[in-house]
Design a protein around this ligand. Sequence first.
Ligand SMILES: CN(C)c1nnc([C@H](N)S(N)(=O)=O)s1
Ligand SMILES: [Zn+2]
Length: 260
Amino acid sequence: MATWGYGNDNGPATWVKSFPVAAGTRQSPIDIVPTAAKCDTKLTENPLTVNYSPEPAMELCNPGLSVKANIKSKSVIKGGPLEGEYKLEQFHLHWGSADKQGSEHTLNGKMFPAELHLVHYNATKYSSFGEAVDKPDGLAVFGIFLKISDKPHQGLKSLTDVLSEVQYKDKSINIKQEYNPVCLLPDNINKYWTYLGSLTTPPLCESVTWIVFEEPIEVSEDQMKAFRALCCGECGSAPIVDNYRPPLPLGNRQLRASFQ
Ligand SMILES: CN(C)c1nnc([C@H](N)S(N)(=O)=O)s1
Ligand SMILES: [Zn+2]
């Protein structure tokens, strides 16, 4: 079976052939139109709280279509739109071949150069990510926009400085001791949009409560170049770029905002 990807013959428009849910009614990403969002005070009555722990030796790997860090520590979130406690499973990114594109969610039709996803599963109701992945309340993913600045992002620097060591598919390394993913979050996590959606890559399960933060994090052009130097396969293979799914219709879903 042909593997899915982001090329002309295996990209997002073809995924529905193997994953019919791609044509579902709660697919992600979406275009975020702030004026269409409903400000919901319930989101602030029980504020979103993040309780991340340092990762003793965080595994960073190149699975071939992104770069991802697997989390073993007990890093959890709760509150906001969430019922129960969700445990961080992994984080990864999507980025463009140029700064004009790369994010999955868009803001008033605008793409950012990249988007960071921190993927959590409902540890109150389910015993593992695998059990939670296809449940309607199984997952919660933080979406964080990346924007270009002249200064590198210090939290991401521990990763971008070693990406050359995972340049090729299936390479992995362990990041320095005590990496705390909290360093990746924007300063203000009280301003976000939330809606019910899906994984943005196959199997595209409609199991994600998305929490997309209004405040982007800032990265340097050199850090973007480091992501764009990662390869889809072995030495000489194509670079990993434009690994984003374009937005899907919001349909009858309600987009809520935690702020005015
Ligand atoms: C198995 N896991 C953790 C994931 N499967 N698909 C993921 C997608 N990349 S996303 N973008 O998080 O929906 S994350
Ligand atoms: Zn993702």
